[in-house]
Design a binder for this molecule. Structure first.
Ligand SMILES: CC(=O)N[C@H]1[C@@H](OP(=O)(O)OP(=O)(O)OC[C@H]2O[C@@H](n3ccc(=O)[nH]c3=O)[C@H](O)[C@@H]2O)O[C@H](CO)[C@@H](O)[C@@H]1O
Ligand SMILES: C=C(OP(=O)(O)O)C(=O)O
Length: 456
């Protein structure tokens, strides 16, 4: 088994998914209703925020995904007691024993998620030191952490790089600072927020990311006692306080999962009601979904996404930071674009290597070329740097079944959709990776009428 396979198995088994491969008989529309829980990209950070409180926090709508398991394990290593509350998906996080815990076996949790880097600020405030194992996350680019380290240094942290991770200390405490990010990084913005709320004095962050998940993290921090203002020009101002309490919060829904099921409905000629999805956070996705030829009905308790019949239309998509077209939506939607008439272009401007997943689609009969140039829109950071980051998709093409291997989280979901739309049988391996971000996806596929068999 290669490393990717091991990684996939670990993610799957963390949430009780003990299968490696799915054999799918394609060609059946997905129809029915599924329910969302909280966003992977908020819940894991909200769990870290509990470390900042003096009293327990209660987080609702936590999905059973492996990234949550990893963060839970890491919190427990640091002495946070994590228990399930009475409601399904409710976690109670009690940080009262953090000071007396020792975290010698932290290496056991290395390498599977990107969240450990966000433990720095809270741990430095509480313990004066932190050790951060090497990070995981999807391999869709280099994903450096230079902004994070630079920000932490500005707050007064001393950073020491070790072969197995990063050791940090704050011998003189952490003080508010002025920071400007070279690019509106989601993680680095969260790093600033989670560090500044308890730093001495005022922090001003310019060039902040303003994704809905970040706004929900700000909601949580405000509930805990923080004072944070967000200006219209990507400037966030945080007044540090000495004391924060725990919070009670229902997590924002997972708009990336919602967009994935919407893409599945469109590509399979299906009709899926995504319970818990909301319009406001998906505005940009909905515009593109409609342009491609999909239809949606907004309801109080969710959004119905469906293929109304007739041909799909090719589009130009440029991924971007919020409120632009989210990069995590691109991979699942590409399958619908293989069915659209004409030439679609997807210019990926957030990650330099997010098109590895198209090799399998080409094997299945798609016509896709990936180019180094910035095609169709603005020149981006990757234009002059030899990265194949613009995809040209010509359609309509019929996909046929094949044996394919999941490369990353969204690429994996995209491969599932490809197999579901293909003529004949496909075997999709390494499916455990999908459990990083999609709760109960096998059960949901079954509910929606997919025809498949699981293999160990
Ligand atoms: C767990 C989580 O929330 N993951 C999301 C988060 O990832 P993540 O927080 O890792 O993504 P960032 O917004 O930080 O990354 C954006 C870009 O900034 C670059 N960069 C980032 C930090 C740094 O120190 N140096 C640097 O160069 C990255 O390589 C990338 O090219 O936001 C991404 C962009 O919306 C989403 O695709 C991910 O789903
Ligand atoms: C890139 C993603 O996640 P992560 O940052 O956790 O790798 C994603 O959710 O698509």
């Amino acid at each position: 088994m290669n490393t990717l396979g091991e990684d996939a198995k670990n993610h799957g088994s963390a949430v009780g998914l003990n299968v490696d491969r799915i054999t799918i008989n394609g060609g059946k529309p997905l129809t029915g209703r599924i329910e969302l829980k909280g966003a992977k990209n908020l819940v894991t950070k909200a769990m870290v925020a509990a470390l900042l409180g003096e009293s327990p926090s209660v987080l609702k709508d936590v999905p059973n995904i492996s990234d949550v398991r990893i963060v839970r394990g890491l919190l427990e290593v640091h002495g946070v007691q994590v228990t399930e509350g009475p409601e399904e998906g409710e976690l109670i996080l009690d940080p009262s024993n953090v000071e007396s815990a020792h975290f010698a076996d932290i290496d056991a949790h290395a390498g599977s998620s990107r969240i450990p880097i966000l433990f720095c600020g809270p741990l430095l405030h509480r313990l004066g030191e932190a050790f951060i194992p090497d990070l995981g996350g999807c391999r869709i680019g280099d994903r450096p952490i230079d902004y994070h380290l630079e920000v932490l240094r500005k707050f007064g942290a001393v950073v020491e790089k070790l072969p197995s991770g990063i050791r940090m200390s704050a011998p003189n405490g952490l003080r508010g600072t002025k920071v400007e990010l070279p690019y509106p990084s989601v993680g680095a913005t969260e790093q600033v927020l989670l560090t500044a709320v308890r730093a001495e004095g005022i922090t001003e962050l310019k060039g902040a990311a303003i994704e809905p998940e970040i706004m929900d993290l700000i909601n949580i921090l405000q509930k805990m006692g923080a004072t944070i203002s967000v200006n219209t020009d990507r400037v966030i101002r945080i007044e540090g306080v000495e004391h924060l309490d725990g919070y009670t919060h229902r997590a924002l829904f997972d708009r990336n999962e919602a967009a994935s099921w919407a893409a599945a409905a469109l590509a399979t000629d299906g009709d899926i009601f995504v319970g818990g999805a909301r319009q406001a956070e998906m505005l940009t996705f909905l515009n593109v979904f409609r342009k491609v030829g999909g239809q949606f009905d907004i309801h109080e308790d969710g959004i119905r996404f469906y293929h109304p019949g007739g041909p799909l239309t090719s589009v130009f998509i440029e991924t971007d930071v919020h409120p632009g077209f989210m990069t995590d939506w691109q991979q699942p939607l590409v399958i619908a674009l293989t069915k659209a008439e004409g030439v679609s272009i997807v210019h990926e401007t957030v990650y330099e290597q997010r098109f590895g997943f198209v090799d399998a689609l080409i094997e299945m009969g798609a016509t896709i070329q990936v180019h180094k140039e910035c095609l169709g829109g603005q020149a981006c950071r990757f234009g002059q740097r030899n990265f194949k980051h613009s995809a040209v998709i010509s359609g309509p093409t019929k996909l046929h079944g094949a044996d394919i291997e999941v490369p990353d989280l969204r690429g994996g979901f995209s491969h599932l959709i490809a197999a579901l739309t293909a003529e004949g049988t496909s075997t999709v391996s390494n499916v455990g990776i999908i459990a990083r971000g999609y709760e109960n996806f096998i059960t949901k596929l079954r509910l929606l009428g997919a025809d498949f068999v699981l293999e160990g």
